[in-house]
Design a protein around this ligand. Structure first.
Ligand SMILES: [Zn+2]
Ligand SMILES: [Zn+2]
Length: 110
């Protein structure tokens, strides 16, 4: 399976929303809060699920910078000073995507 690549990234800070268009035609959208509280960096997520940090109070967090990392991830910096999160394309598509098609999948069994 070839990995879809982002063809356009649009960040809307006024309503804390991020949109990504993918090379296979899918359009993903994300809330800044959801990306921040599920930050995949080792510090936030820990090495096992029970080490994961419970992050709250990020309703007003905004993305301050987005940098592509190689051909597989985006590094997203937030205005609360946190900037170590590497969001790989697979997780952006399968875990984080909040489009109607994906929300049903990722929320199951949790
Ligand atoms: Zn983090
Ligand atoms: Zn989706």
């Amino acid at each position: 399976m070839t990995l879809a690549m982002p063809t356009a990234i649009r960040n809307y800070n006024h309503d804390s929303r991020l949109e990504i268009d993918w090379s296979d035609g899918h359009r993903s959208h994300y809330s800044h809060e959801n990306l921040r509280v599920h930050c995949p960096c080792a510090d936030c997520r820990g090495h096992t699920p029970d080490q994961a940090r419970h992050i709250t109070g990020k309703e007003d967090v905004r993305i301050s910078r987005i940098d592509p990392v190689g051909n597989y991830a985006l590094k997203i910096a937030f205005d609360d000073g946190h900037e170590t999160g590497l969001y790989n394309f697979t997780e952006l598509r399968e875990t984080f995507c909040e489009c109607p098609e994906h929300v049903g999948v990722s929320r199951q069994g949790r």
